[in-house]
Design a protein around this ligand. Sequence first.
Ligand code: AHR
Length: 523
Amino acid sequence: MRAILVCSILIAAVATAPVVAAEKVQLSVDVSKAGPKIDRNIFGQFAEHLGHGIYQGVWVGPDSPIPNTRGIRNDVVAALRALKVPSVRWPGGCFADNYHWRNGIGPADKRVQTLNPDWGGVIEPNTFGTHEFMDFVSQIGSEAYLSVNVGSGTPREAADWLEYLTAAQPTTLARERAANGHSAAYKVGYLGVGNESWACGGNMTADYYLSQLKIYSRFVRNYNPAQEGKQQMLKIAVGPGDANTEWTETIMKAYRNHEWSWDINGLSVHSYTVVKWPPSYASVGFGTAEYSQILKSTLEMEDLVTKQSAVMDKYDPQKNVALVVDEWGAWYAPLPGTNPGFLVQQNSLRDAILASLNLNIFARHADRVRMANIAQMVNVLQAMIVTDKEKLLLTPTYQVFRMYVPFQDATFVPVTFNAGTYTNGNISLPRLDAIAAKDASGKLWLAITNLHPDEPAEIEADLVGIGVKSVAGETLTAPKVDSVNTFDAPNTVVPKPISVKVQGSRLALELEPKSVTVISLEQ
Ligand code: AHR
C-alpha cells in the first residue's frame, strides 16, 4: 500500500504571507482523458527590427566589449536557451514588408544603410542580416521563422532569398552564400507569407492577398534536401487581426479545394491586449482596477481563437492548417522618456499572469493552435529580456515561459474545476485558471493561476488514475500586481518553491493571491 503522506516539500515561504482566509477550490485531473499534444511551437518568440529588439538586445557586433559570439550577446543566448525557444519570427512585423534581404548579406562594412520608417524613423544599419539571424537561432537552439516581403517586395525576391538560404546544389545563389561564410544549406522551418497584409503590409483586401499568397506559395521554395517529408518548411498565410472572420473565410474557403500548385500549413492571427488603440494603459504604477481591465481584455483571446477555429473547422475539418497566433501579448503606453516608436514598456507581475492565461488558452485549443509567437523577445512590448548596455534583466513574463517549459510537446490532460469569480467594480474575472499535461517521461504537470489580487486559494486536487510518488512545485508572485524586476532589484518577481501535500491521489496546496504555480507529479 502506498504510504499515506507521500511527499511534502517546504523549502521557502513565498514573498507575501496571506492575511485572508483561503477559499477552497476542488479540482480534478483525469489522466485517462488525455487530449492532443501541446505543440512546443506555442512558446515561440518574435524579434523585429524595432527599437532595441535586435540592435543592443541581440546584436552588439563582434568588436563590442559586451561578451558575444560573432556579435551576438552571450547573456541573451544563455537566457533564451533556458526557455527552449522553438521558433523565432523575424525580421518583422511591419518591418518585414519593407525589408530587402540583399541589404543584409556580405561584408559588414559594405552593408547599405536604410531607414526604418515604421519604427522611429531611425537608420537601419543592416549589420544584423540573414547570416547573423541564422547564427542566432542556431546559438539558442531554435528554428527560423522567416517573414517574407509581400508588401514592397516581389515573389522573385522572396524566391531568391529562399534559394540563397536552402539550395544544397551549387547554384549561383548557393555559391554566394558559401562565399559569405556558410556552405551548407540552412534549415528554414517556417515561412510567413507577408505580415498584416490588411494594414501595414499593404492594405490589401482578402481576395487580393489570396492571389499573392498563391503566387508566393508556388514560387518561394525550400530546396534543402533535409527538409523533405516530415521536415518540410511550413507556410503560414496572413490571417486576421481580431475576431472578425471574413478574412479567414476567404483564405480557408480557397484552401478547401486548392490546386496542387499552392498550399498552406498555417493561418496567422494577431491579437494584442490593448483595451483600445492607441495603447494608453500604463505598464507600471497601476492598481487592481487596471489589473482587472487588462486581464479581462486578454481573456478575449478565447473568443477570438474559438471563432477563427470554427471557420477553419468548416473548411478544414482534418485540422491540417494550424491557427498560428504569431503576434500576441500586452501593448501598453510607451514608457515616458523613451522613443514612442521603440515600444518600450515595463513588464510586471500582471504580465506574467496575462502570459499564463494566454498559454492556457492555446493549450486548451491545442488541436488547432499549434504555433504562437509572443511580441516581442527582447526590449520591445511584452519582452522576455530587457538589456541596458552590458546589463541584462529577466522579466516576469520570462519566468512564466521558463516555468511552462515542461508543457512543450506534452499531452494535454483536461482539468475540471469551478473557477469562481473575482469582481472589481463592473469587471468580473474567473478567479482561477488551470491546465495539466503529461510529458514523455510520464510526469504530470499542473499549472494553476490565481487571478485574485488579494485572496489566496486553497486547492484540493483529485488526480484520477494517478498514484503520486513525489511532487515538486514553484510559484511566481510578488507584493503588488505591478511589481517589476529592475536592474537594481532583479529578483522581485521570481519563482519560489511551494509546499504541496499529497495523500494517495489527492493533492493539497495553498495558492498565493495573484500567482502562477507549476507543479510536477511523478507517478
Ligand atoms: O509588434 C509590433 C507590430 O505590431 C508589428 O510590427 C506589426 O505586425 C503589429 O501591428
